[in-house]
Design a binder for this molecule. Structure first.
Ligand SMILES: Nc1ncnc2c1ncn2[C@@H]1O[C@H](COP(=O)(O)OP(=O)(O)O)[C@@H](O)[C@H]1O
Ligand SMILES: [Mg+2]
Length: 288
């Protein structure tokens, strides 16, 4: 038996419900995977040949603590995804880099903490009648707010409160989230595994459907997802590429998740096994 840990958060001590099946698949491969709550300061890393970051869904609440923890793990054992990919992916400014390399992303106004911005000017200059303000380090729609130009005073107040301490991004509100949702293309070891259609994470958003479900990949979207992966430089153990249709009907990158995405492996036949094999291939001495 090889022992590894799969990192999670305190409120999912058995991993997220949609991905915990990987533990049984790893056992089939002779790998004992134990959930490890990353915020548990007493947890020892000694038994583990590797730590796979999977369901650490509270990491964005204290990104510095998370990075410190990841660096400690990296210093002691194998860490997946690799430390530099985790660090790169925690701040959504990576989207700007991908855009500079030719990947179409949702139009975004990037604002550094402490800046003063006249929201009315900025959004009307771009023709955005509805828009979203969110932190560049976030997950699960934390501090993600939707406003109309008609409510610009409230928007400005929220913006001013957040920008005092956080780097922010502002985007046009994509209407397609409400009807067709976001599409997530999931890859293990650089190989496409499955695609999922997801309703908005934002609780307040109207939605045409409630549950994420597997969907057949759309060829053009799969190609775009592959282009995104190719820009990452190193093949991650897992990656989730989230795409959304913009208000002009063009599909663009919304985010690529390398830190802690739900991978929806329970929704797609064979996905848990593909995930387990991708982990196993990274472990020295593991049966492949
Ligand atoms: N530009 C946008 N248009 C419409 N909804 C958005 C937009 N950006 C974010 N949202 C809503 O907020 C949720 C979270 O935003 P997202 O960019 O996916 O960040 P994260 O998943 O890291 O919190 C989305 O699932 C969606 O419901
Ligand atoms: Mg998201």
């Amino acid at each position: 038996m090889i022992d590894i840990a799969i990192a999670t958060c305190s409120y999912h001590p058995d991993l997220g419900p949609l991905d915990r099946g990987v533990i049984a698949e790893l056992a089939e491969l002779g790998i004992r995977a134990t959930p490890l709550i990353w915020t548990d300061a007493k947890a020892s890393l000694d038994p583990f040949a590797a730590v796979v970051v999977q369901s650490t869904w509270d990491s964005h609440l204290d990104p510095q603590a998370f990075v410190t923890w990841a660096r400690r793990v990296h210093a002691q054992t194998a860490l997946f995804n690799p430390l530099h990919l985790l660090e790169w992916n925690l701040n959504k400014r990576y989207l700007l880099e991908l855009e500079q390399q030719g990947i179409p992303i949702t139009p975004t106004l990037w604002v550094s903490a402490g800046s003063s911005v006249d929201l009315r000017n900025e959004v009307t200059a771009r023709g955005w009648t509805r828009f979203v303000i969110k932190p560049v380090v976030s997950a699960g729609a934390t501090e993600t707010h939707v406003f109309d130009v008609a409510g610009i005073e409230t928007a400005q107040a929220t913006f001013d409160r957040l920008v005092a301490r956080l780097d922010l991004m502002i985007q046009p509100y994509l209407l397609a989230f409400e009807t067709e949702g976001e599409r997530s293309y999931i890859f293990f070891d650089g190989v496409f595994s499955h695609a999922v259609r997801r309703p908005p994470t934002l609780k307040s958003a109207p939605r045409g459907f409630d549950q994420s479900h597997e969907m057949p990949p759309i060829e053009a979207e799969l190609q775009l997802s592959r282009q995104v992966l190719a820009k990452i430089g190193e093949t991650p153990v897992y990656a989730r590429v989230d795409l959304a249709t913009n208000n002009d009907g063009v599909v663009r990158l919304q985010e690529v998740e390398l830190v802690e995405p739900c991978l929806f492996t329970s929704l797609a036949p064979g996905a848990q096994q593909r995930y387990a094999r991708a982990i196993a291939r990274r472990l020295p001495n593991a049966p492949k």
